[in-house]
Design a protein around this ligand. Structure first.
Ligand code: ADP
Length: 422
């Protein structure tokens, strides 16, 4: 029923009452009685609707006229709403079920840092208790300074890996993503087993390299003695001795690189406190290259006096690897440029050469251990394939990244990019 019909009915009622009143000689009284009845009827209807609205799960009441229409409309909206809510609840249940069955811990936290939900893996990894901890502030329950600093720091671009010192040390990896209005979803995983395997691998490589050094020194020593008197050997042996010595030298370089890599890997967590003057580091490196007789002209472009927080030996090793490569992989007279400057995205230490360059297809894998663009190129230059792995590692330990640009046949540019705030 439309409101016009309802209004028409009221007007008709008043007109009828007025007519009857006029007939019996009391128009006003008749209209007043009619209005009083109408108001009472409406109050009664209103009360019925209100009682129903207090508990809308009951069946809708029998009300008349426009009230009936209103109740029908409300009832319809309510049913729709309930259906939507049920659907939403099903989705939430489904999501919680799937998060619940995950081996990673999942915690949902609202904008105020209050725990809304977590799965059983999160109980194990973070030590939360269900259901007591729902509604509690997460940072009051997880009392790990690194965890809390990361959670409150609001910078979740890269995940956090931290050690939790309980009865036994556990290594935990934490990733946080935002959703909704500042709510956060935390994924936590106990990576202790992987970290331990990595430690064993690192120790093994370190120990083997160390143990191999002594016999190799002995072999190299004897080879050196033989070679110093090579003319006393028959001709076929001379060539063999030369090759043996060359290969022994390569092995020595390889072991040196492996040992260095395992050392910097184990020192990764240590803080790098010195402020390193990159200009003097680069100048020292240039002097060393000149002293060792690098055939290429080395040009320096030092445009920033920014000092990097870090470890001098490590940075020196990284940059000397890059310069060493630039020299190795370019022609004798083509220049190598080392620059240090501030750009919009950070401080760049770039080593540029106009050498052989690298095909784009190799670039993504270049920093893998032992990855080589071309084996023949490497055996000619005596490379180990570990240099860039070392550079990448040192960069990461200093909060920097390694950027590589190269065009085959035109040259390459390797840059260590340090953050502006570092
Ligand atoms: P290596 O000790 O063999 O040089 P790296 O890890 O330093 O090992 O380099 C990996 C590979 O990347 C090398 O085999 C080489 O082919 C390529 N490469 C590195 N630097 C350059 C460069 N400046 N120009 C051309 N190729 C390069």
């Amino acid at each position: 029923m439309s409101w016009i019909t309802a209004a028409t009915r009221i007007l008709l009622l008043i007109a009828l009452a007025a007519l009857l009143g006029w007939w019996y000689g009391s128009t006003l009284a008749a209209v007043a009685v009619a209005l009083a009845c109408l108001v009472s009827f409406w109050i009664f209807q209103l009360r019925t609707v209100q009682l129903w609205l207090r508990d809308p799960r009951q069946a809708p009441p029998d009300v008349f006229g426009i009230w009936g229409d209103l109740v029908a409309q409300i009832y319809l909206y309510q049913r729709k709403n309930t259906e939507e809510q049920q659907k939403l609840q099903l989705t939430v249940d489904y999501l919680q079920d799937s998060f619940g069955s995950m081996r990673d811990g999942v915690v949902m936290v609202d904008g105020q840092g209050i725990i809304k939900w977590f799965n059983s893996a999160a109980e194990r990894v973070l030590g939360l208790r269900y259901p007591d901890d729902i509604g509690q502030t997460l940072t009051n329950l997880v009392r790990e300074p690194e965890f809390n600093a990361y959670f409150l720091g609001n910078d979740y671009d890269s995940p956090l890996q931290y050690s939790s010192l309980g009865e036994s040390t556990r290594h935990i990896r934490l990733e946080i993503t935002r959703f909704g209005t500042d709510a956060r979803l935390l994924f936590v995983r106990d990576v202790s087993a992987a970290v331990r395997t990595e430690e064993i691998r690192r120790d093994l490589v370190g120990n083997i390299s160390h143990e191999l050094r002594t016999p190799l020194t002995v072999i190299s020593g004897y080879l050196g003695t033989f070679l110093s008197d090579v003319d006393t050997f028959p001709a076929p042996y001379r060539k063999a001795l030369g090759q043996m010595s060359q290969q022994a030298e390569r092995m020595e370089t390889l072991l040196r690189d492996l040992l260095w890599l395992s050392r910097i890997e184990s020192e990764e967590q240590q803080s790098k406190l010195d402020r390193i003057d990159m200009c003097s580091l680069v100048e020292e490196l240039r002097d060393e290259m000149v002293a060792t007789g690098a055939p290429q002209p080395l040009e320096l472009q030092l445009e920033s006096d920014h000092k990097v927080q870090g470890d001098y030996r490590e940075l020196y090793s990284a940059i000397s690897n890059l310069v060493g490569n630039a020299v190795k992989y370019s022609a004798d007279n083509s220049p190598v440029t080392i620059s240090w400057r501030r750009l919009d995205d950070g401080y760049h230490l770039a080593v540029k050469d106009a050498g052989v360059g690298i095909d784009a297809l190799h670039l993504p894998r270049l920093t893998e251990r032992f990855y080589r663009v071309d084996d023949s190129r490497n055996s000619a230059t005596g490379g180990t394939g570990l240099g860039l792995a070392i550079v990448k590692h040192i960069a990461a330990a200093h909060g920097a990244r390694l950027e590589i640009e190269s065009t085959l046949g035109e040259g390459s540019s390797f840059s260590l990019v340090f953050p502006l705030g570092g």
